[in-house]
Write a protein that binds this ligand. Structure first.
Ligand code: FMN
Ligand code: FE2
Ligand code: FE2
Length: 401
């Protein structure tokens, strides 16, 4: 079992006091975290002691031991919350019990969310872009960075130490006890995946944040997850900027994703006929995928890169099948809102699948086309032709978009 280092010096007065989670397999339930992750919390040993973010609740014992090795928790004056998701705010409640004079510093949204997240009352100071907090011999300056990836997020700049704390921005789910970017080897794979899943839908906000930090004096970027960027922070800020531009400037290809499941191939035959119809229309591409054994990652890649989706399932016991619900869970209304959508499937008698597919896609803010193709038991020649024509019309509709 690898263990977490005690504490690490980022500068003489700023220490990493985070936790390393080697065992996590999925983050926020859906995100695959094959490299584990870290919850980075930082201690600023200024005249007035401050903490920047905490760690996930289950690491409390380890966390408080690290803090106690450096300070008396009762001396903490400020707890800066750059973002209140519980992977960062998870120890705030318990810490406040030991730090009665500590004030919470965060955006208006952060303060509101925290009051709904924890039951203990707390004192707080709401801060805005450009506002400073005096720590005696040092100061912190706050930088607006909302919607990265919650409305409450911000960055904090330790001006004298030239350290920028960015929470979920520029981070990665990557666990390595060496913690520093120049020591952990290459983690770009984890960085790209993290950007894609967590930040890409908020690319517009990423560009605004990058603009705001451009003129700051920075030696080190301290994110909330993964390696501390003391050597090559520019690479990751520039990469984030580039990826955000790419996401905003690349129009999605005219590509229809057709995920389906099928026990006896009836739904599968409809899927093939629809794809054939789509491919008859020049300029539109169809991607067929039987999702019974597809990973969430594979599904997500296709959802993200398609401009439309047609979902197929047989009706089984008046419902549709589990893999299709997993697919629905991967649809992001933030990213996929307004994409053209449709449905198809085979059924025997009652055919509830039709309504269930349509309702789910509409609830997820997709634009369901007026027709779809649901067929009793085995599709015959005329059903397959209907499916093909449906594919063709669907593709033509996309070209007009
Ligand atoms: C266990 C089971 C339960 C079913 N329940 C329903 C049902 O509630 N309503 C319905 O219309 N069809 C029901 N069917 C019929 C299937 O929808 C039908 O066999 C369909 O053609 C299967 O399509 P597939 O070949 O794509 O799997 C059921 C079939 C099975 C095997
Ligand atoms: Fe978060
Ligand atoms: Fe996070």
């Amino acid at each position: 079992m690898m263990k977490s280092p005690q504490v690490l010096n980022v500068t003489d007065d700023i220490l990493w006091v985070g936790a390393i989670d080697y065992d996590i397999v999925t983050f926020d339930v859906v995100m695959e975290t094959k490299y584990g992750t870290t919850y980075n919390s930082y201690l600023i040993k200024a005249d007035k002691i401050a903490i920047v973010d905490t760690v996930k609740g289950k690491f409390w014992d380890e966390y408080i031991a690290k803090l106690r090795s450096q300070i008396n928790p009762a001396d903490i004056e400020y707890i800066i919350l750059n973002h209140t998701e519980p992977d960062h705010s998870g120890c705030v409640g318990k810490l406040l019990a030991l730090a009665p004079k500590a004030k919470i510093i965060g955006t208006g949204n952060a303060i509101r969310y925290l009051s709904d997240l924890i039951t203990v009352p707390f004192e707080s100071i709401q801060v805005k872009d450009g506002q400073e907090l005096d720590l005696g011999n040092k100061k912190l300056r706050f930088v607006a960075a909302s919607n990265l990836h919650w409305p409450d997020s911000m960055y904090s700049h330790a001006v004298e130490d030239k350290v920028l704390f960015t929470c979920d921005s520029f981070g990665a789910h990557f666990a390595d006890e060496r913690m520093f970017d120049d020591q952990v080897g290459n983690w770009d794979d984890a960085f790209f995946y993290y950007f894609d899943v967590i930040l890409k839908p908020f690319s517009k906000f990423m560009l605004k944040a990058v603009e705001r930090i451009r003129l700051l004096e920075i030696n080190t970027v301290c994110p909330g997850h993964g390696p501390i960027l003391r050597t090559n922070w520019k690479k990751y800020v520039e990469l984030s900027e580039k990826l955000a531009h790419l996401a905003l400037d690349t129009p999605l290809k005219k590509r229809v994703y057709i995920p389906y499941v099928s026990a006896y191939d009836n739904t599968a035959h409809l899927a093939e006929a629809i794809a054939k119809g789509i491919e008859m229309v020049p300029g539109v591409e169809a991607v067929l995928m039987n999702i019974e054994h597809a990973s969430l990652g594979e599904i997500d890649v296709e959802l993200a890169s398609s401009s439309a989706i047609i979902v197929g399932s047989p009706t089984v016991n008046q419902n549709i099948l589990l893999p299709v619900y997993r697919l629905f869970a991967m649809i992001s209304p933030i990213r996929d809102k307004g994409k053209l959508a449709g449905g198809f499937g085979s059924y025997g008698w009652s055919g509830e699948g039709m309504k269930i597919i349509r309702t789910n896609l509409e609830n997820l803010k997709l634009r369901y086309t007026e027709t779809d193709v649901f067929v009793k038991f085995s599709p015959d020649e005329s059903d397959l032709l209907r499916a093909e024509n449906y594919g063709k019309r669907f593709a033509q509709l996309m070209l007009r978009d």
